[in-house]
Design a protein around this ligand. Structure first.
Ligand SMILES: *Cc1c(COP(=O)(O)O)cnc(C)c1O
Length: 392
């Protein structure tokens, strides 16, 4: 059976649109227009041009020879860390702000956890001269001062959220509340392949440029357009969705996801939603959620701020359920070790999130001739305090 989203926004049992009445019109407007806009040739021309000239695409597909030797397989790294602002998130933020302009919206909202999506959104808002409000849990504001300062320098208003645990989930709730109060002129730029219909599909399509490039680049380098394995880390699931997109229905390719085990999936200090979550509704869609028996969200934990989301995009809940993906839970320690290994072997300091994908290399059994493409979702500059704390 072909893996694709249905007209109600479901991948199998997961997805849908569970939203307050007052936002129905907004979601309907976006749902009814996003595919036409994405397929519009002017939109595509501008998106492609900006991906090339501003973001710096295509990102290299780099054959990592020393890492390949260490793992005993042919490892290629898809270098999303080389994008402007240092990660894959800009692909999505750029696409969504172009969509907002097409729809005549003037005001941009975003939620952010670690601040990476907030910075990407503030960046494109500055570029297109649009008002930008970023909701961020107060705890995260304190932890992520550099990103807060960047967003402010870029001209965004950062609103610290004081409800709940004061982290990403609470920031998302608050951004939704703002949108309810400003339904007409405002566009909500969501940061991952999560949320109500049509966001998971919209974000996956905008990030699908990653697998589009992999196909072309692999053909040039290996004379075939598909690898044996694709590996990506999953927080909400946007870089994984983009990495897998054009291979979802290609059974030759094994799809591997690395989620954050934190201190271990049995410790309670974890963000491994696919391993530990149960079916529930979070931020407008049905998926797997870290929750208590009576539906209270359990605050996730990971050394990597970009992976500690208590949900997972509905695509990934579905892919895991039908056995299309193999999901590995990677601990903080394993990720740290993998980050260090890549740095010393290849001279690339990866984001802590990406390090989870790298650690997965040591949990799989490859043949020496296997071709493995691993997406390095971001660069490690933002994680230097964590690296220093653990290695010096
Ligand atoms: C945000 C982030 C992630 C996790 O988000 P996804 O939507 O799962 O891709 C992964 N890597 C980096 C570098 C990030 O900034």
């Amino acid at each position: 059976m072909k893996i694709q989203i249905d007209e109600n926004g479901y991948y199998g049992r997961y997805g849908g649109a569970f939203i307050p009445e007052i936002l129905h019109r907004n979601f309907e407007e976006l749902s009814s227009r996003y595919l036409d806009i994405l397929e519009d040739s002017d939109f595509q021309k501008e998106f492609r041009q900006m991906l090339h000239d501003y973001v710096g695409r295509p990102t290299p597909l780099y054959y990592a020879s020393r890492l390949s030797e260490a793992v005993n397989a042919r490892i290629y790294l898809k270098r999303e860390d080389l994008n402007h602002t240092g990660a894959h998130k800009i692909n999505n933020a750029l696409g969504q702000i172009l969509m907002a302009r097409k729809m005549g919206k003037k005001r941009i909202l975003a939620e952010t956890g670690a601040g990476q999506h907030g910075v990407a959104t503030a960046t494109v808002a500055a570029l297109f001269n649009m008002e930008c409000i970023v909701y961020m849990g107060e705890t995260d504001v304190e932890r992520q001062q550099l990103n807060v300062q960047k967003m402010k320098m870029l001209g965004a208003k950062v609103v610290p959220v004081k409800s709940g645990n004061r982290t990403l989930k609470d920031a998302t709730n608050e951004a939704f509340r703002d949108w309810c109060n400003h339904p007409d002129d405002t566009f909500y730029i969501i940061g991952s392949a999560v949320g109500a219909k049509p966001y998971p599909d919209l974000v996956a399509r905008l990030q699908s440029v990653i697998s589009e490039e992999i196909k072309k680049q692999l053909m040039e380098k290996e004379g075939r357009d598909c690898p044996d394995y694709l590996i990506a880390c999953v927080g909400g699931g946007s870089n994984a969705a983009g990495t897998f997109y054009h291979y979802l229905n290609d059974e030759r390719v094994r799809l591997i996801e690395a989620e954050a085990a934190g201190q271990g999936i049995d410790t309670g200090k974890t963000a491994a939603t696919i391993h530990c979550g149960t079916e529930g509704i979070l931020h407008g869609s049905r998926s797997l959620v870290m929750q208590t028996d009576d539906g209270q969200i359990i605050e996730p934990y990971s050394i990597s701020a970009g992976l500690d989301y208590p949900g997972i995009g509905p695509l990934h809940a579905h892919l895991s359920e039908i056995g299309r993906t193999q999901v590995l839970a990677i601990t903080d320690d394993e990720a740290l070790k993998a980050a260090y290994e890549l740095t010393r072997l290849e001279g690339i300091i990866p984001a802590m999130e990406s390090a989870h994908a790298l650690a997965a290399l040591h949990k799989l059994k490859f043949l020496p001739e296997d071709i493995v493409v691993l997406t390095v979702s971001g660069r490690g500059d933002k994680d230097m305090p964590s690296f220093i704390a653990h290695f010096s």
